[in-house]
Design a binder for this molecule. Structure first.
Ligand code: SF4
Ligand code: SF4
Ligand code: FES
Length: 221
């Protein structure tokens, strides 16, 4: 067993446990977007950052990929953590203002503005859909393509993958598709009210590509 201290409380957990899992086991809430208990941790969204105290200094690290270590001291909700998480949420909202999951997370953290340019990419590159498809469905029908700002989730050659089992899991698990915000204008990035009372529309010729379907129709890869 590994002994560590989280938010001033000593605990011991099996080796290989992550800090996020250890904190959750204690009932401490750490927000997480790209983490799912049934999937390999990916460390993409950085929303789960915590402060790792090292002597008189501390570092911010993603708790979902950080393994517990003997004698470790973790702070999950300091001003430093809170401030960094807010900036991360602002960046994610700028990429995907139409995600109800993100809007809710922003509201819960007191984020009431987005200072970054709204890009509305419909994807935060969390990789949940890709990992779900590969690890739970043993399919691999979708994957990441491109680099840098061109990086996106797509099917091979832009075609409906033969491996696809039509499970719809990639859409269900997506923090953007599964809970799409229906607000008409999110030009400032923050919704501030809940209009998400209608279920998410699905495309009549759905290939379960993980894209949300809005009034402008289906986006073709
Ligand atoms: S619907 Fe197809 S692409 Fe999506 S997770 Fe299932 S198998 Fe993968
Ligand atoms: S499509 Fe959704 S689940 Fe897949 S990487 Fe983008 S935000 Fe994540
Ligand atoms: S939940 Fe840890 S980086 Fe996304």
């Amino acid at each position: 067993m590994v002994e560590l201290t989280i938010d001033g409380i000593k605990t011991s957990v099996p080796e290989g446990t992550t800090v996020l899992e250890a904190a959750r086991e204690m009932g401490i809430i750490i927000p997480a977007l790209c983490y799912h208990p049934g999937l390999t941790p990916y460390g993409a969204c950085r929303v789960c950052i915590v402060e790792v105290v090292k002597g008189s200094q501390s570092l911010l690290e993603a708790s979902c990929t950080l393994p517990v270590a003997q004698g470790q001291t973790i702070i999950t909700s300091s001003a430093k953590v809170s401030q960094a998480r807010k900036v991360i949420i602002e960046l994610l909202l700028a990429a995907c203002p139409n995600s109800k999951t993100l809007q809710d997370l922003a509201a819960s953290m007191g984020v009431n503005r987005v200072r970054f340019k709204i890009k509305d990419k419909n994807c935060i590159l969390c990789g949940l859909c890709v990992r779900y498809c590969k690890e739970q469905m043993q399919s691999g029908g979708i994957g990441f393509v491109g680099r840098g700002t061109s990086r996106r989730v797509a099917t091979a050659f832009g075609e409906t993958p033969e491996e696809c089992r039509n499970c719809n899991g990639c859409e269900w698990i997506c923090p953007v598709c599964e809970r799409a915000c229906m607000a008409g204008s999110l030009t400032d990035g923050v919704c501030g009210r809940c209009l998400n009372l209608a279920p998410v529309e699905t495309c009549p010729v759905c290939t379960h590509c993980s894209e949300a379907v809005g009034s402008s129709g289906h986006r073709v890869y």
